[in-house]
Design a protein around this ligand. Structure first.
Ligand SMILES: [Zn+2]
Ligand SMILES: [Zn+2]
Length: 400
């Protein structure tokens, strides 16, 4: 099946490009996707694939039932493949004819590539359903870019019911076309945010003794918080605590009433994550209350960390080696960015893999979420081939 499927995918490339460019020209923001899921569902239905719409909000679950098991009477495995389809609030600045037609909205992360590649994969797998001894579940997920994300609600709506293993890909502009980046264990960080509201007592800048100065207390607190990662966290556990905003006061000679501090925490292990939250709670309370002010601390958990199952990573790596050659398969270092694919991996084993899409000849080298972002569309072929190979590996093994 594999060789034939590969040839068919190559032939399908112009259609995948057309799909991708249509998604690219008409991007939709997270939790506001309407036309995108409609287009996805219409394409799948036309192929005769079973489609469940509105999953967990705006997601789509498509199921391809292998026909081989009907003959043998055995129930095979169920393999899930995932693509996300939301865009970002960014103005598309690149000069190409498929540039975004929607002002201020852009596919600047490559989710259009993921979706078009999975639609192409769906078409091929449907053609080969007679050779599959199990089930393929295709997850088209809304709202990856915006907390709480689409994955968690799709999981709660049963998108993983009966699924044994899941794979997802992300095209990377920083990885040249033709390369595949794998990582065992932690791959993307848990990303949380926090807000600290200090209530002091405002007054005249010349009479600090009659006030409680939230600027000085906030400054002290920011420095103290820097000790959490350096002094409280196990040095072998990666962690970041960044203050992104400190707002207080508005003029020269007034001690303000309040101060607000905003920041983010990135971690890999759940234990470190919880430890940091607790240490912050303690430190904030003691620093602020010790200085006579009061404080409100809000810690919002974002996506958990992406943890790739070692056995599934090995499987993906072996297939990647066959597809592009050992020298083009690299270990990508874990990143402190977040990805809600983590929610699927919390429930079932699987793998999230990076696909090279960078190409300086076509200006596809800008970082993700940049107004000039683009990737080489041939990355869709790599995604398609990898997905088809993984399905073949699980569902075409035994001929009996
Ligand atoms: Zn993104
Ligand atoms: Zn993304």
């Amino acid at each position: 099946m594999l060789n034939q499927a590969s040839i068919k995918l190559e032939a399908l490339y112009p259609e995948m490009v057309a799909l991708r460019r249509d998604f690219h020209m008409y991007p939709e923001l997270s939790f506001q996707e309407v036309e995108t899921p409609n287009k996805i569902a219409a394409y799948l239905k036309k192929l005769g694939i079973e489609v469940r719409e509105g999953v967990g909000g705006r997601g789509i679950v498509a199921t391809i039932y292998g026909k081989k098991q009907e003959k043998t009477g055995k129930t095979g495995k169920t393999v899930a493949l995932r693509a996300d389809f939301d865009a970002l609030p960014i103005q598309d600045e690149k000069q190409v004819d498929y540039k975004s037609r929607i002002p201020g909205v852009m596919h600047a992360c490559g989710h259009d590539i993921h979706t078009a590649a999975l639609l192409g994969t769906a078409k091929i797998l449907k053609e080969f359903e007679h050779e599959l001894s199990g089930t393929v579940v295709l997850l088209f997920q809304h709202a990856e870019e915006l907390h709480p994300g689409g994955a968690i609600s799709m999981v709660e709506d049963g998108c993983l019911d009966g699924v044994d293993v899941i794979y997802g890909t992300h095209v990377f502009s920083g990885l040249p076309l033709g390369m595949i980046g794998v990582q065992e264990g932690y791959m993307m960080a848990a990303s949380d945010e926090f807000q600290i509201e200090i209530q002091g007592k405002g007054g005249h800048g010349a009479s600090p003794h009659e006030s409680i100065d939230p600027v000085v207390i906030g400054s002290q607190l920011i420095l103290n918080l820097q000790q959490i990662v350096s002094r409280r966290v196990d040095p072998l556990q990666p962690a970041v605590l960044t203050i992104g905003s400190f707002q207080s006061g508005s003029t020269y000679n007034v001690i303000p009433d309040t101060a607000q501090i905003l920041g983010t925490v990135r971690t890999f292990s759940e234990e470190t994550r919880t430890d940091i939250e607790q240490a912050m709670q303690q430190m904030i309370q003691h620093t602020v209350e010790g200085a006579g002010a009061t404080v409100q601390f809000t810690y919002r958990r974002g996506y958990p960390s992406v943890w790739n199952d070692p056995a599934e990573t090995k499987r993906v790596e072996t297939i990647a080696n066959q597809l592009v050659g050992n020298e083009r398969v690299v270990r990508v270092p874990p990143q402190m960015g977040g990805e809600d694919f983590a929610y699927y991996l919390q429930r079932i084993p699987g793998n999230f893999v990076g696909i090279g899409g960078g190409n300086s000849e076509i200006n596809a080298t800008y970082p993700h979420h940049h107004p000039m972002f683009d990737v080489d569309e041939r990355s869709m072929l790599q995604i398609g081939k990898l997905f088809v190979s993984l399905v073949a590996e699980h569902l075409c093994l035994s001929e009996s």
